[in-house]
Write a protein that binds this ligand. Structure first.
Ligand code: SAH
Ligand code: SF4
Ligand code: F3S
Length: 485
């Protein structure tokens, strides 16, 4: 969720996480996460569950007793990356025969025991709903056996598990508000790897946000594959389950979380165009700490392709949702996901995506070549008939166009004073800090006496390719000239 023309895979490649503490003598866990933010959030649950079982996380792979890769299956190249990573781990196992290696997450769920056959190095395979079983499974593995649990659940939300925060800055955190997905977009493997959609108790979500605030965090991102279908106390048929419990949908949940503290910023991902309501937009518009940024994946600008993708909306419907955002929050930043070269995509249909992009002018986009996934509707029903080279050519056109729009949008953000949450040193210059404005735009500025985790006021002065630059000003000055919260 950072501006720039990156795919999710490129953006977060197997980040190692930890350590927060180091108890001498205990067993050490090296945990690496791939894929979407949900996986990064799940890794914090895994660290918590294994922490209870006596493991501490380490960033030194060499000292690990257990290496776990939390994997992604979204595109074929995401899986290939894991297979390469496993090849690299072979040496480690040769040096330390007691080292155990496990695969978690979506690839574990998709391939199950087949993974043990294919990758001899792997000792442990655990799917996303089976993490509570990890201590037992690890014990089996330590006893010399191989262990697998890929049972999916209709209820598991890990609601009461206190995640071990693995991001060492302690300013921004993720909160999973739901798991799974019921949408069955024809290209997508997620419903198979993550199972049925279920929402988490709002009380536990608010408690987690409050706990993060009390620990010094100043921003939370609410995570779900389709946050707009979040619902609590409503069954699948839409009936209220318990008259004493309030019905909470996403709009109410945002209200509740934003009430934790006005200084706790709230972001969310991902919205689904078919389900995004005006009510959610109105709640966002009302509150400064609900950030004015929406990631609204379009996938394609052509209604025929959208139908084959089983997305549940047309080009017109999508543009109507964009119009609703612009009407209710004229300044809201919007980003998207695009797939190039889906089954049967004609040149005309590809052009329709470009024309939609020109109409919306996104702040940022994640753009991908279509990658056929086993068991999906598209794999069974349609032919993956756009040649690889042509997919690449179309993707390049999409990326080039987005680059123009990103620059244009970035330039339009330059000039005002922004209230910025300081996240840490800038990537390029350690003498400078960076943070984000409400629109998720990255702003870089000289450190002055700013502190990480604080809000500061920055007068933006210059627009770089994907960031803004500026100077710190005092709160009083900001109030005098006016600022964007
Ligand atoms: N739940 C989110 C998306 C999760 S996957 C949503 O519905 O928007 C993130 C992105 O990966 C998708 O939006 C899509 O653009 C891309 N993606 C998913 N499956 C893909 C596939 N088989 N090939 C290429 N890209 C894919
Ligand atoms: Fe996949 Fe569609 Fe669900 Fe997103 S909404 S996770 S693209 S099935
Ligand atoms: Fe990948 Fe699974 Fe997320 S397939 S994108 S890690 S839900």
């Amino acid at each position: 969720m950072r501006p720039g023309n990156h795919t999710i895979d490129e953006q977060r490649q197997g980040e190692a996480v930890g350590p927060r503490s180091g108890t001498e003598g205990g067993r050490k866990l090296y945990l690496e996460s791939y894929g979407c933010q949900m996986n990064f959030s799940d890794s914090e649950i895994v660290a918590s569950i294994l922490g209870e079982a006596g493991f501490t996380t380490t960033q030194q792979q060499e000292e690990a007793d257990l290496i776990l890769l939390n994997t992604c299956s979204i595109r074929d190249n995401a899986e290939q990356r894991i297979r390469h990573r496993l090849q690299h781990l072979k040496g480690g196992k040769r040096k330390n025969p007691k080292l155990k290696v496990g695969i978690l997450g979506c690839m574990a769920e998709r391939l199950r025991d087949q993974l043990l056959e294919e990758e001899k190095l792997v000792d442990l395979v655990v799917g996303p709903d089976a993490y509570r079983d990890l201590p037992r499974l690890v014990e089996e593995v330590e006893g010399g056996q191989k262990a697998v649990n890929t049972l999916l659940s209709r209820e598991e939300t890990y609601a009461e598990i206190q995640p071990v925060r693995l991001d060492d800055k302690g300013v921004t955190g993720f909160i999973s508000i739901m798991r799974g997905c019921d949408n069955m977009c024809s290209f997508c493997v997620v419903p198979f790897t993550r199972g049925r959609e279920r929402s988490r108790d709002p009380k536990s979500i608010v408690a987690e946000a409050l706990d993060l605030y009390n620990k010094g965090y100043r921003e939370v991102t609410l995570l779900g594959q389709n946050v707009d279908s979040y619902k609590w106390n409503v069954d699948a048929k839409g009936n209220v389950k318990d008259a004493d419990e309030p019905v909470v949908r996403f709009a109410q949940l945002m209200d509740l979380v934003s009430d934790v503290n006005p200084d706790l910023r709230v972001r969310f991902s991902t919205s689904h165009p078919k389900d995004m309501t005006d009510e959610v937009l109105e709640v966002m518009a009302r509150k400064d700490n609900l950030c004015k940024y929406i990631h609204l994946p379009v996938q394609s600008g052509d209604s025929g392709v959208l139908k084959r993708m089983n997305r549940g909306y047309t080009r017109e419907w999508y543009l109507n949702r964009i119009a609703a955002i612009r009407r209710i929050m004229p300044d809201c930043a919007i980003s998207t996901d695009v797939i190039s070269g889906f089954c049967g995509e004609t040149l005309e249909e590809h052009e329709a995506t470009l024309s939609l992009m020109k109409e919306v002018r996104y702040e940022m986009a994640y753009m991908f070549k279509y990658s056929e996934r086993p068991r999906t509707l598209a794999e069974r029903k349609f032919e993956d008939d756009v040649p690889e080279e042509e997919k690449g050519r179309r993707l390049a056109e999409v990326i080039d166009l987005q680059r123009v729009h990103s620059r244009e949008r970035m330039a339009a953000q330059c000039g005002p004073v922004y209230r910025i949450l300081v996240e840490g040193p800038s990537k390029k210059d350690s003498e400078e800090y960076q943070g984000r404005n409400t629109y998720n735009g990255v702003v870089v500025f000289p450190k002055g006496d700013a502190q990480i985790g604080e809000y500061v006021y920055v007068q933006t002065t210059k627009c770089m390719a994907v960031t803004l630059r500026g100077e710190l000003i005092s709160e009083q000055e900001a109030q005098e000239v006016g600022y964007i919260a």
